[in-house]
Design a protein around this ligand. Sequence first.
Ligand SMILES: Cc1cc2nc3c(=O)[nH]c(=O)nc-3n(C[C@H](O)[C@H](O)[C@H](O)COP(=O)(O)O)c2cc1C
Length: 214
Amino acid sequence: MYKINLISNNLKEQLTMKKLLIAYYSESGSTKEMAETMAQNINGKNIDVLPVSEVKHLNYDAVILGTPNWYGKPTPKVVRFIKKYENELAQLPLAFFFSCMDCYKTEQAENLNIQIYCDSHFKNQVKPSNQLTSWEKSHAVNTYFNNLNKISNRLNIQSVAFFKGRLNFKKLSFFNALVMRFICLINKKIKQGDYFKRQDLIEWSNELKEHLSL
Ligand SMILES: Cc1cc2nc3c(=O)[nH]c(=O)nc-3n(C[C@H](O)[C@H](O)[C@H](O)COP(=O)(O)O)c2cc1C
């Protein structure tokens, strides 16, 4: 009797076990660390964590895509990944997370009809949309979302999350370090540092289990 129960439990587990892909691009390592933390926390047996350049197929039940924010958009390698797999992605529940330095929420974010998660660095940065400065506008949840839609408006996005990541000039290419040094000069709020809050990411990945039916 015990054996039969064990077999049927194993079978049940196999049938309900979803295949999940966590794909990411990372230049200075914070998005990679976030992807790996998610995989540990979701703790399924069928999870692949891969840089976007190493993904060979999309034979999965759900996809989580992580990208640094570069000028309000996913990085070019992530954009190429989305375009390459657009048809497959359109069929799968998809969650995005941005590793970034800044993010603002406005009342417009409520109308997006998807789950939005802002980590504890950003969750109090809520402003009426007509009071945003141009920097804030370019870092508003709706701007990020519109930029995603411009890459593809067929994506089945269930949730988008924003986590403050890492800024380390030494880990960036010469050109990107130069750009970021310039951004730090004109916006004193942006400073080098490692801001990743592991606990926030764990909170979001717990919520995601429900949103992606994992
Ligand atoms: C070329 C470049 C452009 C960036 N543009 C922005 C930006 O517009 N807004 C922002 O908040 N962060 C920006 N960042 C900072 C990154 O989003 C941030 O450092 C992120 O956590 C890096 O992720 P990684 O450690 O996985 O590379 C930029 C970084 C680079 C290298």
